[in-house]
Design a protein around this ligand. Sequence first.
Ligand SMILES: Nc1ncnc2c1ncn2[C@@H]1O[C@H](COP(=O)(O)OP(=O)(O)OP(=O)(O)O)[C@@H](O)[C@H]1O
Length: 273
Amino acid sequence: MGDHRNEAPHEAPATATALVKAAGIGKVFVDDRGRAREALGGVDLEVPPGGFLSIIGPSGCGKSTLLRIIGGLSAATTGTLEIDPSVRSRIAFVFQDHSLFPWLRVVDNAAFGLRMAGIGRAERRRRAMGWLERLGLAGVADAWPDELSGGMRQRLSLARALVTDPALLLMDEPLGALDPQTRLVVQQDLARLYEETGVTMVLVTHSLEEAIWLGDRVVAMTARPGRIADVFDVPLPRPRDEAMLDTEAFTSLRHALWSRLETEVRASMGAPS
Ligand SMILES: Nc1ncnc2c1ncn2[C@@H]1O[C@H](COP(=O)(O)OP(=O)(O)OP(=O)(O)O)[C@@H](O)[C@H]1O
């Protein structure tokens, strides 16, 4: 199967305050035998500057596809995508599988984006070390990625993305492969990084708790073909802390979100894959 790019959407600079404005974004994949699969069925979404947007939805509803389209890694089949010109060249990604380079030491993995930008070796190392220190990885700067735990590798992925000074950080299930305790710790790291840097972040996750606890706003998607089912504002103050998981505000939002999602999850389980 491959991208169906015949009707690439009109791409124009965003005129309003949103960093990204997606209107009616549709995506159809066509396989080798010409069979079409509609992944996205018309997504309308705005990413406000400085916000933390969580995206949640049933498996296979098109979350990753949407994130890839926003980040310019894939073209939409239909719809309009407006991206603020100041953001276009400053988008960074973090994926679940780390995508680290096993042949580069930790510090050189962290500095990779700077090397691509043509920044000199000493300056690369200085900036990369700054982020490694913030993420508690300075002590393993000269280790190889294979020598790190899963949590450390995912922190390194965050460092590698943030060292490039992105305006928009797109994350696709970045914590999905971590054990529950490590996941909690890296969630805290991520909340702190967001609160300290103010970088606009978009997170795709399967975890309701993670979506709420990290986000300012949670977007719930329908079963495939994905559309926006509902948008929930998160009424928790910042900085976020663990105790908020036990608050009435958190549990009632979790309940409302699951009430909306359950139908979609059931629909996706009943649909052919
Ligand atoms: N490159 C591709 N070629 C063909 N079909 C694809 C491709 N990428 C995704 N799809 C299909 O599009 C649909 C949406 O996939 P996508 O990975 O975006 O969903 P998702 O919500 O991120 O899934 P999950 O929650 O399981 O990670 C799925 O049916 C998937 O099989």
